[in-house]
Write a protein that binds this ligand. Structure first.
Ligand code: KG4
Ligand code: ZN
Length: 405
């Protein structure tokens, strides 16, 4: 099965082409024929966050050139002797799909009609969650390609994509080949990105139960805002982390930052107050030196890590999970990665821990391709859903009550 995958939920245009081995029900290997990305991060940096209208415009500008790049890498750009001429019906159908993206439509026709139909079985595209104007560019392109090439389109939940990426293990045989681990249930997923902080129980394949989530800012968002306070560039996560690494492990902030909701007794998170505490901590310094900035960055990172780790371990023990899966851009954080590896090995040695490869932690096309392979359920008309949920929130106490009955 070969899938073209498209990701445009935020400020990264990602396109991948993947080939899954035919073993059923879950393929054992994924071959990456292409995984290309254009990041808009530097354009959004002046706004200190992602500006949706700009994101949409950039996705629309970049998506076809990026697609051609991916098709070329996969060896799928064989030229037709004479370009395909659309019938009136086809032209109308495509114009309907791309009626809000007129420039994209022109580019689509001028580049794709001269190509042979590539040997693809389906197109996977992010349907949400994310910025709706940005999501629509990916969805419309996917549907137009689906119509042009006569193949189905699979809607993918972006967060499921982050989970799927963690299951990829690079193969020693080739840099483009990955082994795909099968999940042992029940599993627990901690999803940490720019828009999400969720602890999700996975009782069986494709089923999700929300145990807890952030009540305000997402972890990545908090990293980005703290970075701004410390005068660092957007996206702030990697910058805060780099700064924190400069402090020796034994050196601590005199008055430590709070560890929000560490003892709340539930699986919810809150990072907005921590951000405010960072602001107060900065103000307390008379002369805020570079070393002080690094100390604040480190204690912020430590606080976030401690809270994420404590809640995840508590949930893992409570629900006796066989595996813990981390996903989302914040999993690129080295402190978080090493703390989880150490703590899970120490406290839950029988539990497997999956964290995405550091280069696949952030948004990319491959994650959507892998989730698309696992879902394989196509849909006729996909609607962008900025707040698409992975799981319905369940109160664990209610679930337990039901069990006791
Ligand atoms: O998953 P992602 O790429 O996009 C969303 O779906 O939101 O996550 C992006 C977030 C940003 O907030 C970014 O600052 C954060 O991930 N991030 C990090 C690191 N690298 C990226 N946060 C902490 N440490 C990092 N090394
Ligand atoms: Zn993401």
């Amino acid at each position: 099965m070969r899938i073209l995958a498209i990701e445009t939920s935020c400020d990264e245009t990602g396109i991948a082409i993947v080939e899954a081995s035919r073993t059923s029900p879950i393929p054992k290997t994924i071959k990456v024929l292409s995984n290309t990305l254009i990041s808009q991060a530097s354009l959004h940096a002046v706004f200190g966050g992602v500006f949706p209208a700009l994101a949409r415009r950039e996705h629309a500008k970049n998506i076809i050139p990026l697609l051609l790049h991916a098709l070329t890498e996969a060896g799928y750009t064989k030229q037709l002797k004479t370009s395909r001429i659309l019938t009136e019906k086809e032209e109308r159908a495509l114009a309907k799909i791309l009626h809000k993206e007129l420039e994209l439509f022109e580019l689509f026709k001028s580049t794709l009609l001269s190509l042979k139909v590539p040997p693809l079985d389906a197109i996977a595209v992010t349907a949400g969650p994310g910025l709706e104007p940005a999501l629509w560019v990916g969805i419309n392109t996917a549907e137009a390609l689906g119509a042009l090439w006569g193949i189905p389109v699979i809607p993918v939940n972006h967060m499921e994509g982050h989970i799927a990426t963690a299951l990829l293990k690079p193969s020693p045989l080739s840099t483009t080949l990955y082994q795909l681990s099968t999940i042992q249930f029940p599993a627990l997923a901690l999803l940490i990105s720019g828009g999400h902080t969720e602890l999700v129980l996975m009782p069986s394949v494709g089923k999700y139960k929300m145990l807890g989530q952030t009540r305000d800012d997402a972890v990545g968002e908090a990293f980005d805002k703290v970075a701004r306070m410390l005068g660092l560039a957007y996206p702030g996560g990697p910058e805060v982390s780099k700064l924190a690494e400069k402090v020796p492990p034994t050196e601590k902030l005199t008055i430590p930052l709070p560890r929000p909701m560490l003892k709340s007794g539930d699986f919810d998170f809150s990072f907005s107050g921590l951000k405010t505490s960072v602001l107060y901590a900065i103000k307390k310094f008379e002369n805020f030196t570079d070393h002080d900035r690094a100390l604040v960055a480190k204690d912020f990172e430590d606080s976030v890590t401690e809270v994420l780790l404590a809640k995840t371990l508590t949930a893992a023990k409570k629900y006796k999970v066989k595996e813990i899966i981390l996903g989302g851009g914040v999993t690129a954080n080295k402190k978080i990665r090493s703390s989880f590896h150490e703590a899970v090995a120490r406290e839950l040695p029988a539990t497997k821990l999956f964290i995405p490869h550091i280069l696949l932690s952030g948004d990319n096309g491959l994650m959507i391709g892998v989730a698309g392979v696992l879902r394989s359920k196509s849909k006729k008309h996909i609607v962008a859903n900025g707040t698409l949920k992975l799981a319905k929130s369940v109160s664990p106490t209610l679930a337990e009550l039901r069990k006791k009955k």
